[in-house]
Design a protein around this ligand. Structure first.
Ligand SMILES: Nc1ncnc2c1ncn2[C@@H]1O[C@H](COP(=O)(O)OP(=O)(O)OP(=O)(O)O)[C@@H](O)[C@H]1O
Length: 350
């Protein structure tokens, strides 16, 4: 253990010609944490990682890995990191154990130690029996496991996983989750980029949402979810003739909607608003048949944070009854101006 954060990034910038890929990123990743970097396509995640490992030269700012500057102290910084990249950039013509031995040798590890480490890493990721097979001949899932083994060969303190479960089946995804959780439990700091919100929610202590090269938020998944709106749906025994006056003045409430027997309240901190709602309905002599709270998902918060102005304009089809425009505006976060980009959301994969 060191007393330095695994990553300390200040005002990191990268321009590719006219394209600003990183627009002043500042982040601290504590040692031992499991940190998620989320962002839509083109947000700058890979550029960020590549800057850390010397594949991209930054245009400005500073980045330190366990206190080592990624450019001035390149070798120390690089030796502290194991990277499992998104792309399969592996020498395809050698048996995979040899590929690992070469990698260890490159980092100055003596030959017999390199062989021992290669075997350990392959056992750890569960593909030791494929040690004499060429990379090309591995299945897609085994290739992902191999990239992880390669990242582990130098026994790095910081493991960077760029979309480690992209395109793998559910079983393998769960196996990989177990494996990286175990590595984190044994002290490795993990930086994970992912499009799978469920993955971030399950694994990460903290996540940063990156969009258009800027950090939109850093928080625990639970904190982020608290920023979204929940839905409290109440089934009433007899439908009121008009929408009753409920929860007036509660600034957590964004909308109250009545549809026959069903009353829907859209609010932040739904779990805390619900008891107040029940009390008010009770006082007004409404009989509640059923009550359900649907908590906002991290995915919804993510989409909300990274959606464009034009998405807002197109939201006229929303069936919810906004109490009034002013309430709706005060219920929004307000401090984050929407970035200029489109986000697609399809079934949990962003
Ligand atoms: N070598 C390059 N030359 C020019 N522009 C680049 C280069 N690499 C990335 N970019 C641009 O920089 C921006 C950030 O790209 P980057 O690959 O870092 O995003 P990302 O968040 O990793 O995206 P994805 O989730 O799709 O992998 C994009 O606009 C991309 O087109």
């Amino acid at each position: 253990m060191t007393d330095r954060p695994a990553l300390h990034i200040e005002d990191l910038r990268k321009e590719y010609g006219d394209v600003t890929a990183l627009d002043g990123v500042s982040l601290t990743v504590p040692e031992g944490s499991f940190f998620g970097l989320l962002g839509p396509n083109g947000a700058g995640k890979t550029t960020f990682i590549n800057t850390l490992v010397g594949l991209v030269r930054k245009s400005g700012g500073t980045a330190r890995i366990f206190g080592h500057d990624v450019e001035d102290d390149y070798q120390e910084a690089r030796n502290a990191v194991g990277l499992a990249p998104q792309e399969f950039n592996v020498d395809r013509f050698f048996p995979i154990r040899e590929v690992l031995e070469h990698k260890a040798g490159y980092h100055g590890i003596p030959a017999d130690e390199a062989t021992r480490r290669a075997d350990d890493a392959l056992k750890q990721v569960g593909i030791y029996d494929k040690r004499d097979t060429r990379f090309d001949w591995l299945s897609g899932g085994m290739k992902r496991r191999f990239l992880l083994a390669r990242a582990l060969i130098t026994d790095p303190d910081l493991l960077i996983l760029d979309e480690p479960t992209a395109g793998v089946d559910v079983q393998l995804r769960h196996d990989l989750w177990e494996l990286v959780t175990d590595l984190n439990d044994r002290g490795k700091t993990i930086l994970l980029t992912t499009h799978y919100i469920e993955e971030a929610e399950r694994l990460c202590d903290e996540v940063a949402i990156l969009d258009s090269g800027r950090v939109r938020a850093v928080a625990t998944p639970a904190e982020l979810k608290d920023r979204g709106t929940d839905r409290i749906v109440v089934e009433l025994r007899s439908p009121p003739a008009t929408l009753p006056d409920l929860l007036t003045g509660d600034d957590r409430v964004e909308a109250v909607d009545l549809d026959g027997h069903q009353l829907t309240v859209t609010a932040r901190e739904g779990g805390l608003v619900a008891p107040d709602l029940v009390r008010e309905l009770d006082r007004a002599d409404f009989e509640i048949v059923d009550l359900e709270i649907t908590r906002t998902s991290l995915e919804e918060v993510f989409v909300e944070m990274t959606r464009t102005d034009s998405d807002d304009d197109e939201s006229g089809g929303d069936t919810r009854t906004q109490r009034d425009a002013a309430d709706a505006a005060s219920g929004s976060d307000g401090d984050d101006s929407p970035p200029d980009r489109q986000v697609a959301s399809d079934g949990g994969v962003l």
